[in-house]
Ligand binder design. Structure first.
Ligand code: NAX
Ligand code: K
Length: 487
C-alpha cells in the first residue's frame, strides 16, 4: 500500500524542509532524480546517452527550475540540451544560469522550439507542476502537440502539464507523458490519470517526516492477496460466509448469472441466488442454490442486490427486505437508483455496512459528482453513511470514516457491458467473508481490473476486447496472482 498526498499538503511539507536545507538543495535533488530517469530512458530507447538530444520545456515557476537544473545535469553527461523558455523573463534564474554554464542551448520562440522538439530523442515537460492553474496555454500546447505528432517521448517533471494535479482532469490540451518523475510524495494525478503519467518514479527529497497521514491510499497486489479469503482446515461451506445474490429479472437474467458466477468464483463456500432468473442461474452455475424470493433463500452473511433488479415497486421491496436483514449489503446498479429515489431506503442503509458501487451516472442519482472524484466520493460516503465505490478508469472507494483508496485500472478493457455485475458478485462475496466494505471494495476493484487484463490477454501483448463473461472466467487466475504476491 502506498499513499498519495494533495499538492497543498506537499507544499506545506516542503516548507520546513526548505527552511532547514541550503537554498536550492531540494531542487537540485529533484533535478538529479529527473536526470537519472531521463538518462535511463535515453539508454533504453537509443542504446546510449552521449550525443542524444533532449529538449526541456521550461515554464516560469519552480517546475521550470527543476527542468533547467535537470538539463544542466544532462549536459554534464554529454547530452545535447535545448531549453525552450516559455516565459523567458521569469525563467528560474539559478537553473538557467547553470544550464548556460554547461553550454546548454536556450530558445524562446515557439517556432524554433517546435523544430527542436521534432528532432529530439526525449522531451522534459517542466512547463508547470503543482502550481498549475488551468490547462496548457497556447504556446505550451503547441510544443506538447509537436512532441505527440513527432512521436517523441515526454518525461513529465512532477506532473504532466495541462492535467490538474489534484483531480487528474485534463484540460483541452495536455501532456501525455511516457513516464513521470515526482518528488517527495505521489500526488492524486498519478493515480487518477495514471495512463497519462506512464510509470511514475518517486524521488525522495526528505518530506517523509513532514507529511500528514495520507488522505488517499493505493493497494498493491500483496495487500489484496493477504486479505483474500480462502478456506482453512476447519472450514466447511457455511463457515466461510454465504453470499446471497438478489439480482436479475426476466428482462435481465444475464446480470444474475454474471453476479452469481463471479461470487462463486471469488470465494469458496456457498452462493445463494434469489430472484426471477433462478432457472438461468442454475443452468449456468449448478453449484448456486437458487430460489425465487429473498424470503425463501435461507441464511446468508451478506447480500448483493441490484444488478438487473428493476426500479419498480418489486425492486424497491427487494432492496428494503435485504437492507432490513441487517447484514452487509453490496448495492449496485438499480439498487443505487432506488436509493436515490427513496429517502426511506437511504435511511435504512445509513450507518450499516453497505457498499454502493455506482458508475458516474448512478452516482449523480445519490450525490453530487464534481471534477474532484475523490472529494465527491468522500462527501457522498459521509452524507449517505455508506461506503461508496465510484467506478471509472480509476476506481475510488470512500468510507464514511474518511478512508479513501484509489485503484487505477491499468487498462480500459473493463468498459464493457456486464463488467459491473461481475464486480458486484466479487465484492459481495468478500463482504460475506467478513471484509469490511472499504477493503471489500478495494480488493474487488483490484482483482476485477486484473481479471480484465488477464481476459484481454494484455499481459502477453496488446490485448483484445474482453466480454464480461470472460472477465468473470479470468477471476481465478487474477486471484492466484494476488495470492502469489503475498510477501
Ligand atoms: N518548493 C521547492 O523547493 C520544490 C519545488 N519543486 C517543484 O516546484 C513545483 C511547484 O513550483 P511552483 O509553485 O513554482 O509552481 P509551478 O512551477 O508548478 O507553476 C507556477 C508557475 O507556472 C505558471 N502557470 C500556472 N499555470 C500555468 C499554466 N496552466 N500554463 C502555463 N504556466 C502556468 C505560473 O504563472 C507560475 O509562474 C513542483 O511541481 C516541483 O516540480 C521541486 O523542485 C521540489 C522542491
Ligand atoms: K510538468
Amino acid at each position: 500500500m502506498y499513499g498519495v498526498w494533495t499538492p497543498e499538503q506537499v507544499r506545506a511539507a516542503e516548507e520546513p524542509v526548505l527552511a532547514r536545507t541550503p537554498e536550492g538543495a531540494l531542487m537540485r535533488r529533484a533535478a538529479r532524480g529527473v536526470a537519472q530517469v531521463a538518462l535511463a530512458e535515453l539508454e533504453r530507447r537509443t542504446g546510449g546517452v552521449a550525443g542524444c538530444r533532449v529538449v526541456v520545456l521550461a515554464g516560469a515557476g519552480n517546475n521550470g527550475g527543476d527542468g533547467l537544473w535537470a538539463g544542466y545535469e544532462l549536459r554534464r553527461r554529454g547530452v545535447a540540451v535545448t531549453a525552450v523558455l516559455l516565459s523567458p523573463d521569469r525563467a528560474h534564474p539559478a537553473g538557467l544560469a547553470a544550464l548556460r554554464r554547461q553550454k546548454g542551448r536556450t530558445l524562446s520562440d515557439v517556432e524554433h522550439g517546435v523544430a527542436a522538439v521534432d528532432g529530439a530523442d526525449l522531451v522534459l515537460d517542466a512547463i508547470v507542476g503543482t502550481g498549475a492553474r488551468g490547462g496548457l496555454r497556447p504556446e505550451a500546447a503547441t510544443l506538447a502537440r509537436a512532441a505527440a505528432v513527432a512521436g517523441v517521448p515526454v518525461l513529465a517533471v512532477d506532473t504532466p502539464s495541462g492535467i490538474d494535479p489534484l483531480t487528474g482532469v485534463p484540460g483541452d490540451e495536455f501532456v501525455d507523458a511516457a513516464a513521470t518523475v515526482t518528488f517527495g510524495a505521489r500526488k492524486p494525478v498519478h493515480v487518477l490519470a495514471a495512463p497519462r503519467c506512464g510509470p511514475v518514479t518517486l524521488v525522495d527529497i526528505g518530506l517523509g517526516p513532514e507529511l500528514p497521514p495520507a488522505p488517499v491510499q493505493v493497494l498493491d497486489a500483496a495487500d489484496v492477496g493477504e486479505r483474500w479469503p480462502v478456506p482453512g482446515p476447519g472450514d466447511d461451506k457455511y463457515t466461510q460466509g454465504v453470499v446471497g445474490v438478489a439480482a436479475g429479472s426476466a428482462t435481465y437474467p444475464g446480470a444474475a448469472v454474471l453476479a452469481s458466477g463471479a461470487a462463486a468464483l471469488a470465494t469458496s463456500g456457498m452462493v445463494r441466488y434469489a430472484g426471477s432468473a433462478a432457472h438461468e442461474v442454475r443452468a449456468a452455475w449448478p453449484e448456486v442454490v437458487a430460489t425465487d424470493t429473498v424470503g425463501e433463500a435461507g441464511r446468508v452473511q451478506a447480500w448483493v442486490v441490484g444488478p438487473g433488479l428493476g426500479t419498480d415497486d418489486a425492486g424497491a421491496g427487494t432492496l428494503a427486505e435485504v437492507l432490513d436483514a441487517g447484514l452487509p449489503v453490496l448495492a449496485d446498479a438499480d439498487a443505487v437508483t432506488l436509493l436515490g429515489q427513496h429517502a426511506e431506503l437511504r435511511e435504512k442503509a445509513a450507518g450499516h455496512p453497505v457498499l454502493i458501487t455506482p458508475h458516474a451516472g448512478e452516482f449523480g442519482r445519490v450525490a453530487q459528482l464534481t471534477d474532484d472524484r475523490v472529494d465527491s466520493a468522500r462527501r457522498a460516503a459521509a452524507d449517505l453513511g455508506v461506503t461508496v465505490l465510484l467506478k471509472g478508469n480509476a476506481t475510488v472507494v470512500a468510507d464514511p470514516d474518511g478512508r479513501v483508496l484509489v485503484h487505477p485500472a491499468g487498462s480500459a478493457w473493463l468498459a464493457t457491458a456486464g463488467s459491473g455485475d461481475v464486480l458486484s458478485g466479487v465484492a459481495g462475496a468478500l463482504l460475506a467473508a467478513g471484509l469490511d466494505p472499504w477493503w471489500a471494495g478495494g480488493c474487488a476493484a483490484f482483482v476485477h481490473a486484473r481479471a480484465a487484463d488477464v481476459g484481454a490477454g494484455a499481459a502477453d501483448g496488446p490485448g483484445s476486447p474482453v466480454p464480461a463473461s470472460h472477465v468473470q472466467a479470468a477471476l481465478p487466475r487474477a486471484i492466484r496472482e494476488v495470492r502469489g504476491a503475498i510477501r
